[in-house]
Write a protein that binds this ligand. Structure first.
Ligand code: FAD
Length: 396
């Protein structure tokens, strides 16, 4: 039997939420153990589009809502961290783009112009033209308008790599998890830690940040609330030697982008366009992969007819976003954290909101008077593997 461990905070799930929280806690002197059952970042985090939203997209609903305000500070916090001057030292994380763009194809451009000039979005959104356009849109055939949003796009595999470096000796590969209770009481209120693959880990607090895995963990611990929702997506990837970088929401008539394109480096040096937005939602989810690729080819052909896809390779990826349940499957606005005595559970709801998730846990620890205690170095723990980027797996 492996020897028992005592730690301040035991975290389950090494996506961006668990890894960011772990790094923040360690920086403040807390001892931590972070358990991962599959690969580091291999859930939603490295499959995300890496956009550090600042809320401008939400302004499309017509006015800045609470959501826009809550998220507005995220680009600054990430920018400072990536510059090595923020709450974490994320120097070494690759920025794929300094900005994300809103792009309205010819027909709807007129309506948007007055909206973008309005007070609601002034200072957040600037129109760009000519040589300032994203490289993929610099073509004489391009018609429409492009607006630059002050939102970063980050390379998620390099983010995960850096957060893993900051996790020191705390990572533990573990599959079989059972709750440990005080005095055999078997009540969620009496949780004192977890048994992971037979090893007892005692902790002042247990944080579940296991993304889609939280639902099963909550069931295991007989915690009925909060409940989780999954939002299924059917993403499309295309890799080709002629593709140029593009980071843009292409607008349709409504508040949701018709398609959101981000560009990622493949291991062989080519660019991969990763397509989300409306095309990956309801109708896209209902299509089989072949039909989804055909729909994406048609969409790209009509929006960007000058782009040569003749040598491109296409693939699709089904992945669910995991979030706290909301009425009507709407998108939650903030990181979400629920706590019950020594148990905390949550979802950042966006990669961009990982700092907000960590803030909420740290605030709760401070309110509960949980302080850092020394922990001997953890040696010999089995380590989880790094995730392989989805485009390198699917488009080798
Ligand atoms: P995850 O990354 O899913 O990590 C959870 C981890 O827990 C996984 O590693 C999993 O293996 C592990 N785990 C599960 N069960 C257990 C268990 N029982 N024991 C141990 N470990 C377990 N957000 C943005 O801000 N910008 C974007 O551009 C963006 N694009 C997206 C595009 C797509 C296609 C998707 C799906 C999401 C996107 N998101 C985006 C949302 C963002 O990816 C997620 O909100 C965020 O990554 C969630 O992080 P997480 O750490 O909570 O979950």
């Amino acid at each position: 039997m492996s020897s028992a461990i005592s730690t301040d905070v035991l975290i389950v799930g090494a996506g961006v939420a668990g890894l960011w929280l772990n790094a923040r806690l360690r920086r403040q002197g807390f001892s931590t153990v972070l358990v991962e059952s599959a690969s580091l970042g291999g859930g939603q985090s490295t499959k995300s589009q890496g956009i550090i939203h600042g809320g401008a997209k939400y302004a499309l609903h017509g006015a800045l809502s609470g959501a826009s305000e809550a998220i507005a500070d995220m680009p600054r916090r990430w920018r400072e961290a990536i510059a090595g001057k923020g709450e974490l030292d994320l120097s070494g994380v690759n920025l794929l783009s300094e900005a994300h763009y809103l792009w309205s194809p010819g027909t709807i451009a007129g309506n948007l112009t007055s909206f973008f000039a309005s007070k609601a979005v002034r200072g957040r959104v600037d129109q760009v033209t000519g040589s300032d356009l994203p490289p993929a849109l610099q073509n004489p055939a391009f018609k429409g308008k492009v607006y630059r949003l002050a939102e970063l796009v980050i390379d998620t595999p390099s983010l995960i790599k850096r957060l893993v470096e900051l996790s020191g000796d705390s990572l533990l590969a573990g599959h079989d998890i059972e709750p440990l209770y005080a005095a055999d009481k078997h009540e969620p209120e009496e949780l004192t830690g977890l048994r992971v693959d037979g090893r007892e880990i005692h902790a002042q607090r247990v944080v579940l940040s296991a993304g889609a895995g939280n639902a099963a963990l909550l069931k295991l611990m007989k915690v009925e609330h909060p409940t989780m929702q999954r939002r299924p997506l059917h993403m499309v990837m295309v890799k080709g030697p002629t593709l140029k970088p593009l980071f843009a929401h292409c607008l349709g008539g409504g508040p949701k982008p018709r398609v959101t394109v981000t560009t990622h480096p493949a291991a062989d040096g080519q660019w991969v366009w990763y397509l989300g937005g409306d095309i990956s939602e309801a109708d896209g989810v209902a299509r089989d992969p072949e039909a989804q690729i055909a729909a994406a080819k048609k969409e790209m052909g009509s929006l960007l007819p000058w782009v040569d896809f003749s040598q491109a390779q296409w693939a699709t990826l089904r992945i669910d976003r995991a979030e706290p349940a909301q009425a009507g499957l709407v998108r939650p606005d903030n990181a979400f954290l629920f706590s019950k005595k020594s148990l905390m559970v949550g979802w950042p709801t966006k990669l961009a909101l990982a700092p907000d998730f960590a803030d909420r846990v740290l605030e709760k620890l401070a309110r509960d008077g949980v302080h850092p205690t020394p922990q001997p170095k953890l040696v010999g723990l089995p380590k989880p593997p790094m995730a392989i980027p989805a485009w390198d797996e699917l488009l080798p």
